[in-house]
Design a protein around this ligand. Structure first.
Ligand code: ADP
Ligand code: MG
Length: 247
């Protein structure tokens, strides 16, 4: 697995073809992500975070620049947890997970994945019967299921109440510790970012650029202690006042 090299020189959206009105979403962005790094992207709403993840996922190729992930023959697999869970409503929880596999996966593999997010009891339910928190857990499992090299997560816990978000976050973290994929994780929650990430990248409003790129200096085993998270958060806000305006 190689570094992910992201170099976007220009990403525009045409807002109106008749008037040639253009929105400059990204103009000059250079990020190198190392294998197994957990990177959190933080920035104001509308700054281009989802746009960036879509470009990395290969869903949007209308940009100038390059995103490279190593040699073509080793093209990495990518798991993507979208901002909305995007489950198929006519498939059960179990079927929603199974459908990401090319051939029928062993039942024990699906069972283990369901257990990792405490969803075994809900496996035969249809998405409309699930709470948002459960739907998000299914979406996370689905992204992990193929054991991707790279995991993209776009505000996966947004609009969950605080206790549910904390619970799903710790389940995600436990899953990641077992299989430390390279992760690009978008969030607005600085405490969440500090609890999870090796590295925080703060982004400005459009056109998007990097304002700060900061390594989280807290050892993983120290992060259970919320006081350590809080102390580093305070330090960050003091040393980088601009962060207050971003999140
Ligand atoms: P974020 O995820 O950081 O909230 P987005 O990547 O969704 O931001 O959007 C970045 C900017 O690009 C926003 O100003 C948004 O309105 C604009 N944008 C996103 N998608 C489109 C689109 N398909 N057409 C036109 N403008 C878009
Ligand atoms: Mg977004």
């Amino acid at each position: 697995m190689s570094d992910i090299r992201i170099n976007i020189t220009n990403k525009t959206y045409v807002l109106a073809h008749d008037t040639q009105q253009i929105h400059h979403a990204i103009a000059g962005l250079d990020i190198t992500v190392h294998p197994h790094q957990f990177v959190c992207l933080l920035g104001p709403s509308g700054c281009g975070k989802t746009t960036l993840l879509n470009m990395i996922a290969g869903l949007d190729s209308h940009f100038d620049g390059q995103i490279s992930m190593g040699a073509i023959e080793q093209t990495p697999s990518i798991g993507y947890v979208f901002q909305n869970p995007r489950l198929l409503p006519w498939r059960t929880v179990r079927e929603n997970i199974e459908l990401v596999f090319r051939s029928t996966p062993p039942a024990s593999l699906i069972d283990n994945l369901l257990d990792s997010m405490q969803l075994r009891d809900a496996q035969h339910q249809y998405p409309e019967r699930l709470s948002l928190g459960m739907q998000r857990r299914v979406a996370i499992i689905r992204a992990f299921a193929i054991n991707p090299n790279i995991l993209l997560m776009d505000e996966p816990f947004v609009s969950l109440d605080a206790p549910t978000a904390r619970q799903v976050r710790s389940q995600l973290y436990a899953l990641w510790l077992k299989r430390p994929h390279t992760v690009l994780f978008v969030t607005h929650d600085l405490r969440e970012a500090i609890a999870l990430a090796d590295r925080l990248i703060f982004l400005s409003g459009s056109p998007m650029r990097i304002l700060s790129d900061i390594t989280v200096p807290i050892a993983r085993e120290q992060r259970q202690n919320e006081a350590n998270i809080e102390a580093f958060r305070e330090q960050l806000l003091q040393n980088h006042p601009v962060i207050r305006e971003l999140i």
